[in-house]
Design a binder for this molecule. Structure first.
Ligand code: GLA
Ligand code: ZN
Length: 673
């Protein structure tokens, strides 16, 4: 059995992507000396090195990597070794131009960037298996080797290829999934617009069509593209397992919904030995630390609650957004430790030394262009020491309070064309529901719609447009057995083939919600509706309204104006021992908070009025003890109540009663007990 934590690492991982091939070899000594100064325990290497390792077909140059691994090993630095299969060399594409991916419009990408891969291409598959085999044979038992890092960020920058090899592969995939072409016709509803296929050979990828194409075909193509990338991951992983027994294999995910939308991480989480994630702050106007917490919670959930590892984030600004602000003093450490609070076994960065050349020279690094006499470097050294003092948390698990149902397939389906409103964005709903829970100081696990939800007193469902019958039954069971559920509009509408469930909407959820929806009535841009509720309260919705017909549920909030005036807007359904809430319009975080307040009361979750906004409190617990992480994202000093005595790990101070967390700082208390 492969191990599930980086081999040979006794504390948390601290370090980054190390690309020494960008620098003259005499600088490696300085790199390693500075790594030791910063407390680096692990680096990721070789991710983009194929052209150096195999300069011509079948000609290998491992000398530099031998010297590098030995140097790192002599200095006690562990290595997360990449298979470079995200960047086949120029010679490969000269020989196999058809391995370059093709867009839905029929444009073939060129060599000269990275990730230009058709995952169905047989020559690519053979070449990737070969270089992986060579690396595994040579380094599989190297004493520096801690972890194998397959490929890089599957799913970006190319999420699907539409070439002829992919077309053939898609037909085989469909034949396996459906058996007969008639089953495909049935599932895709090809009776519509005369799209019926008489044989698999007539089916193509969903390439550009004059107007909207078949949605079920597009949805299956997302599944196919995801499964095809996973086939290639598994092929490399199995080579590594065979030739490098025991060493864990990972590939770096990008679970943040803003960063990758083409990979079903529920499926991928089951295939890796250790879940690792890359996370970058997106400056889109939302609070970046809330998005970070969400990505970290989602990553932990993909790992089934087990510890995971933050393999990349940035010390300061990135260089691929329209505007890339630097991080404020202290923000890097806050980001890093917030990931650790939510289950990461360390904090790694892209990258160690800032590049002088290439596309990422304006991306921050641990060692900036300015060298060691810089704020970033000083903060890196300080963070290295902090991470070292957190070694006892290794192996402990983050405790969650509530769950959010999330499904990539449902997301894909919801983003298909020709929906009732283009203003409804399922990701926005997930973000806003998360934000409302975050502001109630609740730690969130994410759950697949068919997963066991019984551990959670409260489950929210912000965007489950596609819900299988099994998912519907699962949610009903959960409520009947005492759970509290909150469901957002346009959920439970279609089955796995994007076909509307039989009977009135929302087919998969009408029993549990105790209602039907006669019509959707999205609002025009900028339009708002007023909701009136208990005790004369008022809320506002936008984007979406519905004609809700209660069939067992009680109205709690009612539309006061608009087309749906007088109809229920928010309902509550007592079912078995539990309660199911339904929100039929789009509420902002404040409005949602009001609804969640009622639901939390049903769930028996007391509000945390003792914690200031943006002071994050999360617990990790396990054999070595219970650790309370307090992250102060505000500009004021804060006090966090403690229910036990303890020792603060970053300062070594004893704590009791109330924990002082200075403005912008993080504190981690090991509670006595
Ligand atoms: C991704 C990649 C890295 C680098 C960073 C920059 O996460 O994996 O190679 O490009 O982005 O932010
Ligand atoms: Zn292809």
């Amino acid at each position: 059995m492969p191990e599930t934590t980086p081999r040979g690492l006794t504390g948390l991982a601290f370090g980054g992507d190390y690309n020494p091939e960008q620098w003259p070899e005499h600088m490696w000594q300085e790199d390693v000396r500075l790594m030791r100064e910063a407390g680096v325990t692990m680096v990721s290497a070789g991710i983009f090195s194929w052209a150096l390792l195999e300069p011509a077909p079948g000609t290998y140059d491992f000398g530099w990597l031998d010297r590098l691994l030995d140097l790192l090993h002599d200095n006690g630095i562990r290595v997360d070794l990449g298979t470079p299969t995200v960047v086949p060399p120029a010679w490969f594409y000269r020989a196999h131009p058809e391995a370059l991916p093709v867009t839905a419009d029929g444009v073939r990408y060129e060599f000269g960037s990275r990730g230009a891969i058709c995952h169905s291409n047989a020559d690519y598959r053979a070449a990737a298996a070969n270089i992986t085999t060579r690396l595994a044979e040579r380094y599989g038992a190297h004493p520096a080797l801690a972890l194998w890092h397959v490929h890089n960020e599957y799913g970006v920058p190319v999420s699907a290829c539409y070439c002829d090899s992919c077309a053939a592969h898609f037909r085989r995939w469909l034949a396996t999934a459906y058996g007969t072409v008639d089953a495909v016709n049935e599932a895709w509803g090809t009776a519509f617009w005369g799209q019926r296929y008489a044989g698999f050979d007539q089916i193509n990828p969903p390439r550009t069509t004059p107007t909207v194409g078949n949605p079920a075909q597009a949805l299956d193509y997302k599944r196919f593209a995801d499964a095809t990338m996973r086939e290639n991951f598994i092929a490399e992983r199995d080579i590594l397992h065979r030739l490098s027994p025991g060493v864990p294999v990972t590939t770096n995910f990008m679970t943040a919904l803003s960063q990758c939308d083409s990979v079903d991480y529920w499926a991928w989480g089951r295939e890796v030995d250790l879940v690792t994630n890359d996370h970058y702050l997106i400056t889109d106007g939302r609070r970046t630390h809330v998005n970070l917490a969400m990505a970290a919670d989602l990553t932990r959930s993909v790992a089934g609650g087990a510890p995971w590892l933050l393999l990349e984030h940035s010390t300061s600004g990135v260089n691929w957004q329209p505007r890339n602000p630097a991080k404020a003093p202290g923000q890097m450490a806050r980001n890093s430790l917030a990931h650790v609070a939510r289950g990461s076994e360390g904090a790694m960065f892209f990258q160690w030394r800032q590049s002088r050349r290439g596309a990422e020279k304006f991306h921050s690094a641990m060692l900036p262009h300015g060298g060691t006499d810089t704020r970033v470097w000083r903060e890196v050294v300080e963070l290295g020491a902090s991470v070292d003092s957190l070694r006892p948390v290794r192996g402990t698990r983050t405790e969650a309070d509530v769950a959010m149902v999330w499904d990539w397939h449902s997301w894909w389906a919801q983003n298909l064309q020709w929906r009732p409103s283009e203003d409804h964005d399922p990701r926005e709903r997930a973000d806003t529901f998360y934000e409302a829970l975050y502001d109630r100081h609740l730690t969130v696990d994410f759950a697949h719609p068919e997963a066991d939800l019984s551990p959670y007193p409260l489950v929210v469902v912000p965007a489950l447009y596609l819900a299988t019958e099994a998912a519907g039954n699962n949610l009903r069971d959960y409520v009947e057995h005492g759970g509290t559920l909150v469901v957002s509009y346009f959920s439970g509408i279609v089955d796995e083939h994007d076909a509307v469930h039989e009977g009135p909407c929302p087919g998969a959820l009408r029993d549990v919600l105790g209602l039907t929806v006669e019509e959707f009535s999205p609002l025009l841009a900028g339009e708002r509706v007023r909701l009136t509720g208990p005790d004369g309260g008022e809320l506002h919705g936008d984007v979406w309204t519905e004609f809700v017909v209660p069939r067992g549920a009680d109205p709690v909030w009612t539309y006061a104006d608009g087309l749906t005036a007088g109809r229920p807007a928010v309902t509550r359904h007592r079912l078995g021992e539990g309660t199911a809430w339904y929100v039929s319009t789009r509420l902002g975080a404040d409005g949602l908070d009001t609804v969640l307040g009622g639901a939390a009361e049903d769930a028996g979750i007391a509000p945390r009025t003792d914690l200031p906004r943006d002071v994050e409190v999360v617990r990790r617990t396990g054999a070595s003890g219970t650790y309370l992480f307090a992250v102060n994202h505000t500009a004021s000093d804060a006090k966090v109540p403690l229910d036990a005595h303890g020792t603060e790990l970053l300062t070594g101070e004893r704590t009791a009663g109330r924990l002082a967390v200075p403005a912008g700082a993080v504190r981690v208390v090991r509670l006595d007990g």
